[in-house]
Design a protein around this ligand. Structure first.
Ligand SMILES: [Ca+2]
Length: 144
């Protein structure tokens, strides 16, 4: 096969414009700010099973340690890959040392079917905290 000089030059020019990046991990992680350093903590294996689109951090069980709520899933992938639908919302309780333990939805009461897209915490006019979860092409969910 013969390639023209023009096509070869275009190919070489496109290679020069390209960039490369280095991936350290594909894990879902949280990054701690600790005295000018930023240790990276992988989240529990349950959080690695689906693409996470939104996190919310707070002390949900009132034990003094930060916890994490996560939602996600992604259906709009090529059919030969299948849907990324293994997430049903996830509460991960922090132990105060950087580790988190995933709770089942039976334990947490946090169950989000579908494609979770965002989580927000709001305080109602009468002072109650609510967790609002938006989903793609679906209704909004409200948790106490
Ligand atoms: Ca907690």
């Amino acid at each position: 096969m013969k390639i023209s000089k023009r096509k070869l030059r275009r190919h070489i020019d496109s290679r020069k414009r390209s960039s490369s990046e280095k991936v350290e991990t594909f894990n879902s992680v949280w990054i701690e700010e600790k005295e000018g350093t930023y240790p990276i903590h992988p989240l529990p294996i349950e959080a690695q099973m689906f693409p996470i689109f939104s996190f919310l951090s707070d002390d949900f069980n009132h034990d003094g340690h930060s916890d994490i709520l996560a939602v996600g899933n992604w259906y709009a992938v090529q059919p030969d890959f299948g849907r990324y639908d293994a997430g049903y919302g996830l509460l991960m309780l922090g132990d105060g040392t950087g580790n988190h333990k995933a709770q089942t939805f039976e334990q947490s009461g946090f169950y989000v079917k579908g494609e979770g897209r965002d989580i927000k915490s709001v305080t109602t006019a009468n002072g109650l905290q609510k967790i609002i979860v938006s989903r793609n092409n679906d209704t909004v969910l409200v948790f106490k």
